[in-house]
Design a protein around this ligand. Sequence first.
Ligand SMILES: *Cc1c(COP(=O)(O)O)cnc(C)c1O
Length: 219
Amino acid sequence: MSIESQINRLRELLPSGVRLLAVSKFHPAEAIMEAYRAGQRAFGESRPQELKQKYETLPKDIEWHMIGHLQTNKVKYIAPFVHLIESLDSERLAEEVERQAVKCNRVIDCLLEIHLTAEESKSGWAWDDLLGFVQSGGFAALPHIRVRGVMGMATLTDDEAVVRADFERLMERRACLKEYFGEEFDIVSMGMSDDYPIAVECGSTEVRIGSTIFGAREY
Ligand SMILES: *Cc1c(COP(=O)(O)O)cnc(C)c1O
């Protein structure tokens, strides 16, 4: 199926409250433009330099989302234009995003990426650390970060019950965090090509879909 027909198919499948983020990492500008011509405007990338380069060459009405692990020394590449940093996962990174946002004179929207799986390798904030930081008013000292919600990745497994339990845990944590943030804490980014139907059932408001739209990635 073409990129355009995948975009159209997903748009029909997804309920109206669920946004589609097209994950274009490792795919060339032509592929992004095909999705763009099908009306897609929100794209997700995992590497800051690739994100910056695509931002510079592609249409300016694209919303660029940073979804991959972000090293503090690379925040500067994306701070001037990024639409949403979905992978905010440590105090140190939050402080650097604040610093770069001040330099650019903007407020940057971010999601708190929460570690959900038993696997050590997956990124994300450890829950106790995150809750401690939020409860101690950590974000109050970072006025150039606007926390818009949460992001999480489920365990990579065929066992639907495990995936569902991960997404349900993210929803619980989000409910617990909501009291510390305002009305604008309204995004739940969960669900990828292999698990988005479950994520949508569990309450996702944004699915991040790459390979279903663009095909396999060549690393
Ligand atoms: C690559 C990636 C995706 C998209 O994965 P697909 O399986 O290709 O849909 C979603 N979220 C994050 C954080 C990713 O790194």
